[in-house]
Design a binder for this molecule. Structure first.
Ligand SMILES: [Zn+2]
Length: 172
């Protein structure tokens, strides 16, 4: 069953996943995810971008659009690739709407001004389905680990990714 982990437990789980994927100071976790190294495999990918289920989601179905090359600065990414990433984020939002019927979907490019455990400098976009229509849907609460993190078993993550992949192929 999908569980909501408290921040400390989620950070421990994230550290475990980083180790499992061989990510460390020299090998970026986002690079590993974009390369399809994690379970489950990407929901959709192009030559330069991958769409994957965030195993540490703000909500069930939280997706990441990740560049396959390690780019930290938007100016290195360039406008064209940035727009292609946003296009995939748009497509992902349509897929989430069809598959999971959220009330709203947030799309965000975030990042931290300093190194923190749950943030990665490698360029990625968040696509987050929001199911609530009360205070819990406020962006400051959604974009925080303090309210808990959605984690899946490998089987749950595979099943949800499969459902979203099938929806993707049907919609586009
Ligand atoms: Zn990277």
């Amino acid at each position: 069953m999908t569980v909501l982990l408290k921040k400390d437990a989620a950070l421990a789980e994230l550290a475990r996943m980083r180790a499992e994927l061989g990510a460390n100071e020299d090998t970026c976790l986002m690079c590993r995810l974009a390369a399809g190294a994690a379970v489950p495999e990407p929901i959709f990918e192009t030559r330069e971008l991958s769409v994957v289920l965030d195993r540490f989601g703000s909500r069930e179905g939280h997706l990441l659009v990740i560049s396959k090359r390690h780019v930290e600065d938007l100016s290195d990414l360039g406008a064209e690739e940035y727009l292609r990433a946003q296009r995939l984020a748009f497509d992902a939002s349509q897929v989430l709407t069809r598959a999971l019927a959220p009330k709203r979907t947030f799309i965000a490019a975030l990042g931290a001004p300093r190194q923190v455990p749950m943030s990665f400098p490698h360029f990625h976009l968040h696509v987050i389905p929001i199911y609530e229509d009360d205070e819990r849907a406020r962006p400051a609460r959604v974009f925080s680990w303090t309210e808990g993190v959605v984690v899946y078993s490998d089987d749950e993550a595979r099943a949800l990714s499969k459902k979203l992949r099938e929806t993707w192929l049907r919609v586009f």
